[in-house]
Structure formats: structure tokens, C-alpha cells
Design a protein around this ligand. Sequence first.
Ligand code: GAR
Length: 202
Amino acid sequence: AFKIAVMASGSGSNFQKLAEAARDGRIPAAIELLVCDKPSAKVVERAESLGIDTFAFNPKDYPSREAYEQEILNKLLELGIDLIVMAGYMRLITPVLVEPYYGKLINIHPSLLPSFPGLHAARQALAAGVKVTGVTVHYVDGGMDTGPIIAQRAVEVLGDDTEDTLYARIQAEEHVLLPDTVRLIAEGKVLLEDRKVTIHNS
Ligand code: GAR
């Protein structure tokens, strides 16, 4: 079976949607592991109720970021993980993880990249006055929210939006786009060549 690990730091609503899609057979894959850098995050509770194993340790308890990631990498290799999904993992990762998993490591971000990388993407979109923002799923190359784009969905910005109302509509799109994109990858329909992605969805 196609094996997935999810990395997350926060609430884990995207993790939950992904886990449900796998459990219900909408994605031909199994979520084998949650990796979390904040042991008290809500996503850890979600993993427990879903019966998904968790690697939840604070990177500060390791001598370096690299040492922390090496331990994660060992775990991923031991489990034979085919795809890592970063779903709200709020820290940059190093070549320790990026190099062995390049092309098998994706991230979701709440904007139409390359606009508004980093934190508070919905707030950035409102401040910029754009009329359309959205959601991006992309391969991770070690930069902050950079790397070859796999899929995007647009979300309209409304005249009376606040950060909360806009972000709620963005998240609703994320909850559909992430499982859809992971399904295409698990079905082998996503091809990455020369930093360019093509989808073969026959
Ligand atoms: C998601 O909106 C994801 O796009 C964002 O964190 C949120 C996590 O929500 N990621 C980034 O901003 C990465 N730069 P969740 O914990 O409810 O899934």
C-alpha cells in the first residue's frame, strides 16, 4: 500500500480531512504517522482519536535541527513512507529531510503562491487588496513555501471580509484540494520533471 506521513504543528484540520479520506477509501493510501513539533498541539489529539501513531517531540530537546530531522528520517525510512504531506508544519525543514524525499514531499499553503508566502497569508492578501487569493499544493524544495506547484484553487476576496471570514473560506478549499491532490499522487498521476509538474488524469 501507498504509505503517507503527515507533518503538522497546529489544529490539524487538514490532517483530519486527509485521514478521513484515506480511512473511507477515497485515497488509495494509508496515513501511517503524524510528525508534530509541538507535543501539546490539537493535531496530536486528533491522531490519537484516529488511531494514528505519532512522533511528537520538541526540536529544542535535540542538539540541532539536523539531529531532530535525522530521527524523523530514520522513522520514515523504517516505515517505508512513500509521501510526506506538510499540513500546517510551521517550520522550515533542512536538507536532511528535503534531499532524500525531494519529489515525495508536499506542502499546502493558504494563498496562490508565489504570492503571500510565510505566516498569515489571508491577512497578507487583505492588506495587499487582492480580489482573488486561494490555496496551493506544491513540492517542497527547502525554501519557505517555494517549490514546483502541483495544484491551486482560487478563493474570491469579498468586500466585507475580515481575516477570519476569508481564512474560513480558504480552509474550506484546502479541505477539498489536499485530499484530491494526494489521491492523484497516490494513483501515480502526478509527474515531476525539471521542476515542472504535469497531471495525467485520464
Ligand atoms: C493551513 O491553512 C495551511 O495551509 C497553513 O497552516 C494551516 C494549518 O491548518 N500552512 C501554512 O501557512 C504554511 N506556510 P490546520 O492545522 O487546521 O490544518
